[in-house]
Write a protein that binds this ligand. Structure first.
Ligand code: PEP
Ligand code: MN
Length: 349
């Protein structure tokens, strides 16, 4: 159920509604926009009587939600949610560009690429330290050392860190290094991990499982929001199909659909979505035109020696070309792409 508060409700009235929800043994979620304030109620096993709230001061309306997700839904908030990451945003006017190698491989590899990317205007550095690989014999990541290298490189380049959390066990450790937590495709259905992330107060990017429907993706977000973390970014990264020429089929329909159904931002990962580096530029362009809030792109200083996903990683010169194209295309859909930096900030501490 959603309690819609009147536009200029006094904070005291909002608190009274929240208290009432708690006294019934449920959890209140205050979701505010610049034009609206709604209180989502979770934790109830059956329908709540709307009259319990309808007569309370400041209440405009009480709406029963029939969808299996509520807090991530547009029903609770009409306007887009913008996620704040330091001084930067995801879901705002700037197209969010997340780039970096599939895996952190060494201190010099991640530092080299971070400095290059930062100079090109990129603010979000990706790199896996805990890699959920299909084969147990494939490179599993540098683990904590990888997180250290990643953070060090990001600080030196003035960037934010996004990296995957593989399990609940390593969550506290990853929390210390990441600015955005990444839930991988294989973990989208890991409900205990989602709930633990929901208890944190850090942005989370949830990648669509390659077998998930859009509703299932939204419900993964709902697991996080239901625990009180409202900093969610969805990511379309391709679903499994029948064509052997691509690793996955990038489902760009997810972009307008998620934007229609949810107030949270959605970004697109055309690297995993296609599995072929030469398809990354065209599909990135298509994603932006479809209305994506951002892109996640695998970039490696030398993809031919990459320890994972080299075949789908762009070389820095190709990535630069992509950014130049995006700077031309993005204004058509009301987005901007950050300009290259004249010099890169390098600090040793
Ligand atoms: C990744 O981003 O490196 C990754 C493993 O992606 P996915 O979970 O989408 O396969
Ligand atoms: Mn990868």
């Amino acid at each position: 159920m959603i309690v819609l508060m009147k536009h200029d409700t006094a904070p005291g009235d909002i608190e009274k509604v929240m208290e009432k929800v708690r006294s019934l043994g449920f959890l209140p979620h205050a979701i505010s926009g610049s034009q609206s304030m709604t209180i989502g109620i979770t934790g109830n096993k059956s329908r709540i009587d709307t009259d319990l709230f309808m007569s309370m001061s400041g209440v405009e309306d009480v709406i029963q939600v029939s969808k299996p997700y509520k807090l991530v839904s547009r029903d609770i908030k009409r306007e887009d949610t913008v996620i704040q990451v330091g001084e930067d945003e995801v879901g705002g006017k700037d197209l969010t560009v997340i780039a970096g190698p599939c895996s952190v491989e060494s201190r010099s590899q991640i530092l080299e690429i971070a400095l290059m990317l930062s100079e090109m205007g990129v603010k979000f550095l990706r790199g896996g330290a805990y890699k959920p690989r299909t084969s147990p014999y494939s490179f599993q990541g540098l683990k904590e050392e990888g997180l250290e290298f990643l953070k060090e490189a990001a600080v030196a380049a003035g960037m934010h860190v996004i990296t995957e959390v593989k399990d609940t066990e390593t969550l506290p450790l990853v929390m210390r290094y990441a600015d955005i937590l990444q839930v991988g495709s294989r973990n989208m259905y890991n409900f205990s991990l989602l709930e633990r992330i929901g208890e944190q107060r850090k942005p989370v990017l949830i990648k669509r499982a390659f077998s998930a429907t859009i509703e299932e993706l939204l419900m993964a977000g709902e697991y996080v929001a239901a625990k009180g973390n409202y900093q969610i970014i969805f990511c379309e990264r391709g679903i499994r199909s029948f064509d052997p020429l691509t690793r996955n089929s990038l489902d760009l329909t997810a972009v307008p659909l998620v934007k229609k159904l949810s107030h949270f931002p959605i970004i697109v990962d055309p690297s995993h979505g296609t599995g072929a580096w030469d398809l990354v530029i065209p599909m990135s362009q298509a994603a932006v035109v479809a209305g994506a809030d951002g892109l996640m792109i695998e970039v490696h200083p030398d993809p031919s020696v990459a320890l994972s996903d080299g075949f789908q990683s762009l070389r820095p010169d190709k990535f630069k070309e992509l950014l130049e194209r995006l700077r031309v295309i993005s204004p058509i859909v009301g987005k901007t792409v950050r300009a290259p930096q004249s010099s890169t900030l390098v600090s040793n501490n």
